[in-house]
Design a protein around this ligand. Structure first.
Ligand code: C5P
Length: 277
């Protein structure tokens, strides 16, 4: 019998600015992250041993899975030692720039914390989460956050007006390290103060952009053609999410059939304090 289940949302980057390459190989960025109504679901039950299963056979269910990493980290910090059977119902496409794995890790930390007689402060989970992946802390915010550093420093932002979006995921994925590697730091990055971009979203003149888009097009040229097709459909905004390969599209458009692409009609979401999604 299922002990508890939690939704694990996807994200998009409303804007993503790369500032510079760091000594540790990561890139310093400034980005407005937003959760959307595209969810995996994670089921938890007590078992004889730790066990992870997934509806998607292409997802590894070993120690490399970010859910396993979150469980190990949580046990290490809290001493929680009950064996758990975890089942991941996967809906968020992977290698898509939608943060599915990071979201699963954050959701697992939240879920496990809820099992403690005295749950720990969210700030602890955020700090531990940053060691699993740069995007994990964001998923512990309430849905809209301005993220800096490698993405792990989060500044919670007030919710933006609910916006309907279409997510388009082509039949191929995009490798985050490859896209970062292809980034031409001189050419791809027009300089402007990221705080001005952030303000534009709260002054009803949002400036959507993604500094990783050109690099992702270089790694996967069909992405460029797909973006052009989506613009021709009539969308006002078509933007790569994170390092891709999915786009989010805003505005009224007559969407044509795009062979092999997955399409999701979603909206921006946020959660209430002390509640999960
Ligand atoms: O932190 P995470 O494991 O999600 O990052 C995956 C990879 O993406 C890193 O190994 C790095 O190559 C690249 N990356 C980066 N700068 C960032 C975030 C990620 O170069 N801010």
């Amino acid at each position: 019998m299922c002990l508890m289940q939690f939704k694990s949302p996807a994200k998009i980057n409303l804007f993503l600015k790369i500032l510079h390459r760091r000594e540790d190989g990561y890139h310093e960025l400034a980005s407005l992250f937003q959760t959307i109504s595209l969810f995996d679901t994670i089921h938890f039950e007590f078992g004889e041993n730790d066990n992870l299963t997934c509806t998607d056979p292409t997802i590894p269910c070993n120690d490399s899975n970010l859910i396993s990493k979150a469980l190990t980290l949580f046990r290490h910090h809290t001493g929680f030692n009950k064996p758990l059977s975890i089942h991941l119902e996967k809906k968020i496409p992977h290698q898509a720039g939608l943060g599915g794995g990071s979201s699963n890790a954050a959701t697992t930390l939240w879920a496990l914390n809820s099992l403690l007689p005295q749950p720990l402060p969210l700030q602890d989970l955020i700090q531990w989460g940053s060691t699993i992946g740069s995007d994990v802390p964001f998923f512990l915010s309430r849905g809209t956050a301005y993220c800096t550093g490698r993405g792990e420093k989060i500044r919670p932002m007030p919710p933006l007006p609910e916006t309907p979006l279409v997510i388009i995921k082509p039949p191929f994925g995009s490798s985050t390290p490859e896209v970062y590697k292809a980034l031409n730091l001189k050419k791809d990055l027009p300089s402007a103060d990221p705080i001005l971009h952030l303000k534009s979203f709260y002054e009803q003149k949002p400036h959507y952009f993604n500094d990783l888009e050109q690099a992702a097009f270089q790694v996967n040229p069909p992405l460029k053609t797909l973006k052009e097709k989506l613009i021709q459909c009539g969308f006002q905004t078509v933007l790569l999410s994170g390092s891709g390969s999915s786009f989010f599209c805003i505005g009224n458009a007559s969407l044509v059939k795009l062979p092999d692409c997955e399409q999701y009609q979603v909206k921006t979401i946020h959660r209430k304090e002390d509640n999960w999604y």
